[in-house]
Design a protein around this ligand. Structure first.
Ligand SMILES: Cc1ncc(COP(=O)(O)OP(=O)(O)O)c(N)n1
Ligand SMILES: Cc1nc(C(=O)O)sc1CCOP(=O)(O)O
Ligand SMILES: [Mg+2]
Length: 219
């Protein structure tokens, strides 16, 4: 069984529409740089569907498996079950936490996006393993993202005694990643900071250094 808090440290999310280079090369570089978890998020204009989506998921999952990086699928529960992914991530507009937990089983990782204490409590009750909280900073990557709210909810949940693993998401860069850990998150999830970097390897390495150093100071 993996240590989920450790796995969430440097959480890279990507699909073909986020990459300038070949997605498999970007993922391989990111793994060499030290990412700890990967989410396949094939979404947006020009995204693959059907068998092309399945093929890309399988290719990226194979790379993750070779390097012991857990593979999470965004939104598409049927795909996750079909390829025996390590888990799924869902938001408040997706299938309910209860339904998804029943579909994937007790042993898979279930991440849920939450925007309030109420949503967090419901998600925990229904079987979530970690929270994605954002957007922490402004982002252009998700067209329907909510307005950015900094780290306020992360801080509030921790102050109220919430011990569920948390990742911040949205506009996170090498420069601001440490502030998300300082607020109480276990890790950072990023798309652009790695997928569009000149060197995904160097970007992942710098993020990892920043997150792990800050985590050592905080603990
Ligand atoms: C780690 C993580 N946190 C939040 C999200 C966003 O999920 P959601 O609100 O369902 O939006 P989409 O990603 O589906 O557009 C995420 N994917 N991962
Ligand atoms: C997928 C996603 N979810 C968000 C949320 O707020 O829930 S923000 C976001 C996009 C993150 O991309 P980038 O690292 O390029 O800003
Ligand atoms: Mg979703």
């Amino acid at each position: 069984m993996i240590d989920l808090r450790e796995a969430l440290r440097v959480y890279f999310i990507m699909g073909s529409t986020n990459c300038v280079k070949n997605p498999a090369d970007v993922l391989s570089e990111a793994i060499s740089g030290g990412i700890t978890l990967f989410q396949f998020r094939e979404k947006g204009e020009g995204a693959f569907t059907g068998s092309e989506k399945y093929a890309l998921a399988h290719k990226l999952q194979t790379i993750c498996r070779e390097h012991h990086i857990p593979f999470i699928v965004n939104d598409d529960i049927e795909l996750a079950v079909a390829i025996d992914a390590d888990g799924v991530h869902i938001g408040q507009e997706d299938e309910t936490v209860k339904t998804v937990r029943a579909k994937i089983g007790a042993d898979k990782i279930l991440g849920v996006s939450v925007h309030s204490t109420e949503e967090a409590l419901t998600a925990i009750r229904d079987g979530a393993n970690y929270f994605g909280i954002g957007p922490v900073f402004p982002t252009k990557t998700k067209a329907d993202a909510k307005p950015s709210r900094g780290t306020t909810l992360i801080e509030k949940l921790r102050k109220d005694g919430c011990e569920t693993p948390i990742v911040g998401i949205g506009g996170i860069t090498i420069e601001n990643a440490a502030s998300v850990i300082e607020a109480g998150a276990d890790g950072v999830s990023v798309i652009t900071a790695i997928s569009k970097a000149d060197s995904p390897l160097e970007a992942a390495r710098a993020l990892r250094n920043s997150v792990i150093l800050k985590g050592m100071v905080e603990s």
